[in-house]
Design a protein around this ligand. Structure first.
Ligand code: KG4
Ligand code: ZN
Length: 348
């Protein structure tokens, strides 16, 4: 293990939503540890993330998660070069826990601080395990998560331009809401995917909202409403679920998943065409979806586009992707001030 502790060694903290995570990464590519404490149990009965409960769970979990990340990496604070933390976007109360912890460690240990944009970290997470010469940028990045659905042009990790984003629900949010409508549990993505495997994706004709012909924005609230009315009856928001057979539910899940995936793939290919880019990177929780991974692979193969899918373990929120982005900031000398504040939005 000659260069396992190649500099910089970054301790990263991620608390933007409902996962408390800490990771240690050396030299930008060696993930020495990546500890994720999920809060599924806390939020499951509400069918979505409850911000106050998320903040409280971060407070309870963070200390242990950071300790574990250091222990698994087998290093003490003396080997850490900098502390990276997600400072935006996300739930402000949740971000605040991570940012405060990171500032405290930076001050107490005398280490520089790095403020990471969560969306940029998802956008570049497909590169976490790649060797340096194999960097995938310039690329189009599709970030599909519970809070965001965005297309970006990545010149390099420190030069990322937003091309389009959702004007209402995020793709993952739609998965979670449809799972709720079908009473399948939370989080919706994985359970919809499992249910959809037994269903017919052509059974229901759900809308594929493309907006204007050349638009790189997304809209997923229409499909959510279409599923709602399909289950309960036109204009109704309750009743009807009991009349559906397990096969009906599987068909709805499969048709919904197919419609969302069709839109994501079509818009990504449109971004590729508009910007004459030859590489696509995909990250975020919904990037774990097998149908999306397969359809993107097929679309990119047909067009001779390089595709870098984020490894499954780095799709949902994790500290490793924050450490990777922290490494780029560190190498560029872009350190943060101890006065940084968490921000809910991606941009100023
Ligand atoms: O990136 P992430 O952990 O959190 C945010 O930054 O929002 O993404 C979580 C989202 C949830 O909406 C979850 O339902 C979705 O990712 N998700 C999936 C799958 N696994 C997680 N959606 C579709 N298919 C999956 N296999
Ligand atoms: Zn995320």
């Amino acid at each position: 293990m000659p260069d396992l502790y190649r500099r910089p060694v970054i301790l990263a903290i991620e608390t933007s939503c409902d996962e408390t995570s800490a990771a240690v990464m050396a030299g930008g590519h060696h993930v020495l540890s990546n500890v994720v404490a999920t809060q599924f149990d806390v939020h499951a009965k509400y069918g979505g993330v409850v911000p106050e409960l998320a903040s409280r769970a971060h407070i309870e979990n963070l200390d242990g998660v950071v300790q574990e990340a250091l222990e698994l990496a087998g290093i003490g604070r003396d080997r850490i070069d900098a502390i990276a933390v997600t400072s935006r976007p996300g739930l402000v109360g949740s971000l605040l826990i991570g940012v405060t912890a990171a500032k405290t460690l930076a001050l107490a240990w005398g280490k520089p601080l790095l403020a990471v944009n969560h969306l940029h970290a998802h956008a570049c997470s497909a590169a976490i395990d790649l060797d340096e010469p194999a960097v995938p940028w310039p690329a189009i990045a599709l970030v599909v998560s519970g809070g965001h659905t965005s297309l970006m042009r990545v010149e390099n990790p420190l030069d990322i331009r937003l091309l389009g984003c959702t004007i209402d629900d995020a793709a993952g949010e739609a998965f979670d809401k449809v799972a709720n409508i079908l009473n399948l549990g939370f989080p919706g993505g994985p359970v919809i995917q499992r249910t959809a495997e037994r269903g017919n994706p052509a059974a229901c004709d759900f809308p594929r909202t493309m907006l204007a012909r050349d638009s790189l924005d997304f809209s997923f609230s229409g499909i959510k409403t279409a599923v709602l009315y399909h289950v309960h009856g036109p204009g109704k928001t309750a009743g009807g679920l009991e009349k559906l057979t397990p096969q009906d539910v599987a068909d709805i899940a499969a048709s919904f998943e197919a419609a969302v995936v069709d839109v994501l793939v079509a818009k990504t290919m449109l971004a590729v065409e508009q910007t004459a880019t030859h590489t696509v990177m995909v990250g975020g929780g919904v990037a774990a979806n097998q149908r999306l991974r397969n359809e993107l692979a097929e679309a990119c193969r047909r067009r001779n586009i390089n595709l870098h899918l984020t490894p499954m373990r780095y799709c949902t929120d994790n500290g490793a992707m924050i450490a990777a982005m922290g490494t780029y900031l560190h190498e560029a000398g872009r350190f943060a001030d101890l006065s940084i504040e968490p921000r809910a939005t991606a941009m100023e």
